[in-house]
Design a protein around this ligand. Structure first.
Ligand code: SAT
Ligand code: MN
Length: 595
C-alpha cells in the first residue's frame, strides 16, 4: 500500500476485500491532480480513454453497449424485512444476496489494481457532510469520483483511528486471468450486475457495471438511497433535486429546489439564463439536495456533490449555454460521438450535422446513418467550479434557505405548464403522485408513463409509504416556514406532437410567476388540481406564442383528470397501510373537486 491507513475499520475492511477479490495491487487515493493524470494515462494506454485534441484535458470513453445507464431492475434495497424496502424497491434477503454477491466478488479483481477512494459528500469537515470510502477496480471510476465528490487524503485524516464511514464496494466484474487481454470497457453481463444497498448497516455493494450511477457510489447509492434512510432517522431530507438561486430585478433572492426524474432537464433548469430582463439565475446543484431545518426554523439545502454528471444529447449553446461553457475543458465524456478533428459531438449540439463522425460504438457515422451518433444517455462529467454561473454559496456548509419546491416530469398531455399546491399536504400529494415518461437514463423501455413519486422511485432507500409520512412530518415541523410547493410540466405537446412551450430560458417566465406567488403578488385561479396562473399573470413579454397554445398549456381537462384518479388510487393501493391517511384524504378531495 502506498499510504498508511490508521482507521481500524478501514484497515479491516481493506484486508477483507483483498482476501475476497484478490487484486494484484492496492492503491490508496489522495485526490491529487497527479493521481488524476496517472489514471488518465493508464486509461489511454489501455485504449479506453481517447484524448480530445480540441478540448484541453478532456477524454472520451465508449462503454460496452450493454453498460450505458442505470439498471433499476438489478438494484436492491436489502433489509431484514421486505416491508422496510417497500413496494417500489427490489428486495432480496441480506444473507442470501451477500452469499450470491460473494460468489461473484471471489477473485474478481485478479490482474487488476484495487483503488481505495476516501471521499466526502459535502464540504470536507462540515457537520452536514458524510464520509464514504469506495473500493473499486476501475481507474475510470477513480477519475470520475475525483470530479463528482471530494476525494482527498484529508478525509483519511478526518477518519482518524476510530471514526466511521460508509463502505462502498465496487467491482466491474471482469477479472483478468493471466495472459488474458483487457477490453476498453470491461464489465459483467447484465444478469450478473447487482447494485445492492444494506441500509441497516450503511453498506453498498455494486458489481458488474462501470457506468455512472451504478459505479460512482457516492452519487445515487450513498447520497440518495443510503442518505434517505439516514435522513428519515435523523429528521432531514435527502432528495433528487437541483438547487438554484434566482434573483429578481430588485435584488430579492429566491432559492428553489426542484425534483424531476433523470434526463428530464434538471441540469438545464439549474443553469438556466433567464430570458426575462433583470432576472439572474445561479446554480448550486443539478441532481441532489440535502436539506436540514436550521436554527431559523427554515429548510437549508446543500449540494453534496462537487460535479455534474449531465446528459449530453440535447445540450447546446441554445438550450444550455452555461453547461456548454462548463464543459470546454477538463471533462470526461462517455458515449458521445467523436469528430474527425478530435472533438465530441451529440444529437442536438449543432443545427448542422457533421459530415463524418465515429459513433459511440466506434463505427463510422454520416448524416445518412440510421443509428444515433451519440447514445441518448451519453454523459459529461465536469467539475462544478467550471460552471460560469456557479453560485458563490455553492460550498457554503450552512446551505441556502429554500423558498420553493417544484415537482414535475415529462407529460406530453394532461398536466398543465404550472400550478401551485393549495397547502403542504396537497403539495406532498403532488409529489407523491408525480408521473413521467421514462427516459434512457435507465436500461429499459423509453416513453412509458410511470408514477415516479418525488422523482425518487429509483432512489428511495426505504418504504415509500413511510417516505410520504416523513415529508408530512417535515411540513408539520416547518409550519409557516415551509417552502411553497409547485408542479410544472415543460413537455406538453400539441395534437400534432409539437412542444407547446419553448422551455429553457423561457422557463424563467414560469419561475417569475412562482416567485410572485410567494410574494402574494401574482394572481391565481382555483382549479380542481391546484392554483393556476390567472389570465395575463404569466409574463409573456417579447415571446411570440399563439394564444391557443397558452390556452392548451394551462388547460385542466376534467375528463382527462377524472381518468387519472383510478390510476392514482391504484398507485396508492400498493402501499397498503403504510400510505398516510392524509394522502387518502387528498385523493378524496381531488375526486370531489373534479365533481
Ligand atoms: O444515475 S446516474 O448518475 O447515472 C444518472 C441519472 O440517472 O440520473
Ligand atoms: Mn439524477
Amino acid at each position: 500500500m502506498n499510504i498508511e491507513v490508521k482507521n481500524r475499520k478501514l484497515n479491516a475492511w481493506i484486508s477483507e476485500v483483498v482476501a475476497m477479490c484478490r487484486p494484484d495491487a492496492v492503491y490508496i487515493c489522495d485526490g491529487s491532480k497527479k493521481e488524476y493524470d496517472s489514471m488518465m494515462e493508464k486509461l489511454v494506454a489501455a485504449g479506453s480513454g481517447i484524448p480530445l485534441e480540441k478540448r484541453a484535458g478532456s477524454y472520451l470513453f465508449r462503454s460496452d453497449p450493454s453498460d450505458v445507464a442505470r439498471v433499476e431492475d438489478r438494484t436492491y434495497i436489502s433489509t431484514s424485512a421486505q416491508d422496510e424496502a417497500g413496494p417500489t424497491n427490489n428486495w432480496l434477503d441480506p444473507a442470501s444476496l451477500k452469499e450470491t454477491m460473494k460468489g461473484f466478488y471471489k477473485d474478481c479483481m485478479k490482474g487488476r489494481t484495487m483503488y481505495v477512494i476516501p471521499f466526502s459528500m459535502g464540504p470536507i469537515g462540515s457537520p452536514i457532510s458524510k464520509i464514504g470510502v469506495e473500493i473499486t477496480d476501475s481507474p475510470y471510476v477513480v477519475a470520475n469520483m475525483h470530479i463528482m465528490t471530494r476525494v482527498s487524503s484529508k478525509v483519511l485524516e478526518l477518519l482518524g483511528a476510530e471514526n466511521d464511514f460508509i463502505p462502498c464496494l465496487h467491482s466491474i466484474g471482469a477479472p483478468l486471468e493471466s495472459g488474458r487481454k483487457d477490453v476498453p470497457w470491461p464489465c459483467a453481463p447484465i444478469e450478473q450486475k447487482y447494485i445492492s444497498h444494506f441500509p441497516e448497516e450503511n453498506l453498498i455493494w455494486s458489481y458488474g457495471s462501470g457506468y455512472g450511477g451504478n459505479a460512482l457510489l457516492g452519487k445515487k447509492c450513498l447520497a440518495l438511497r443510503i442518505a434517505s434512510v439516514m435522513a428519515r432517522r435523523e429528521g432531514w431530507l435527502a432528495e433528487h433535486m437541483l438547487i438554484l438561486r434566482l434573483t429578481n430585478p430588485e435584488g430579492r433572492q429566491y432559492h428553489i429546489a426542484a425534483a424531476f426524474p433523470s434526463a428530464c432537464g434538471k441540469t438545464n433548469l439549474a443553469m438556466m439564463q433567464p430570458s426575462l430582463k433583470g432576472w439572474k439565475c445561479e446554480c448550486i446543484g443539478d441532481d441532489i439536495a440535502w436539506m436540514k431545518i436550521g436554527e431559523d426554523g427554515r429548510l437549508h439545502a446543500i449540494n453534496p456533490e462537487s460535479g455534474f454528471f449531465g446528459v449530453a444529447p440535447g445540450t447546446s449553446y441554445d438550450t444550455n449555454p452555461m453547461a456548454m461553457d462548463t464543459i470546454r475543458d477538463n471533462v470526461i465524456f462517455t458515449n458521445c460521438a467523436l469528430t474527425d478533428d478530435g472533438d465530441v459531438w451529440w444529437e442536438g449540439m449543432t443545427d448542422e450535422l457533421p459530415a463524418h463522425l465515429i459513433d459511440w460504438k466506434g463505427r463510422d457515422w454520416t448524416p445518412e446513418s440510421k443509428a444515433e451518433a451519440a447514445h441518448p444517455n451519453a454523459r459529461f462529467t465536469a467539475h462544478a467550479s467550471r460552471c460560469p454561473v456557479i453560485c458563490k454559496d455553492w460550498e457554503n456548509p450552512a446551505g441556502v434557505p429554500i423558498d420553493i419546491f417544484i415537482f414535475g416530469g415529462r407529460r406530453s398531455s394532461v398536466v398543465p405548464l404550472v400550478y401551485e399546491a393549495f397547502n403542504w399536504d396537497h403539495g406532498v400529494f403532488l409529489g407523491a403522485t408525480a408521473a413521467s415518461e421514462t427516459t434512457s437514463a435507465n436500461i429499459g423501455a423509453v416513453g412509458n408513463l410511470r408514477r415516479d413519486p418525488f422523482a425518487m422511485k429509483p432512489f428511495c432507500g426505504y418504504n415509500m409509504g413511510d417516505y410520504f409520512q416523513h415529508w408530512l412530518n417535515m411540513g408539520d415541523r416547518l409550519g409557516n416556514k415551509a417552502p411553497r410547493i409547485f408542479y410544472v410540466n415543460w413537455f406538453r405537446k400539441s395534437d400534432e406532437g409539437k412542444f407547446l412551450w419553448p422551455g429553457f430560458s423561457d422557463n424563467s417566465r414560469v419561475l417569475k410567476w412562482i416567485c410572485e406567488r410567494v410574494e402574494e403578488k401574482a394572481g391565481a385561479q382555483k382549479s380542481a388540481i391546484g392554483l393556476l396562473p390567472l389570465d395575463g399573470a404569466l409574463d409573456l413579454s417579447g415571446l411570440n406564442i399563439p394564444s391557443e397554445n397558452m390556452k392548451e398549456l394551462l388547460q385542466v381537462d376534467p375528463v382527462e383528470w377524472k381518468a387519472e384518479v383510478p390510476d392514482i388510487k391504484a398507485h396508492f393501493d400498493i402501499f397498503g397501510d403504510r400510505l398516510p391517511e392524509r394522502l387518502v384524504v387528498q385523493l378524496q378531495e381531488l375526486r370531489k373537486r373534479l365533481g
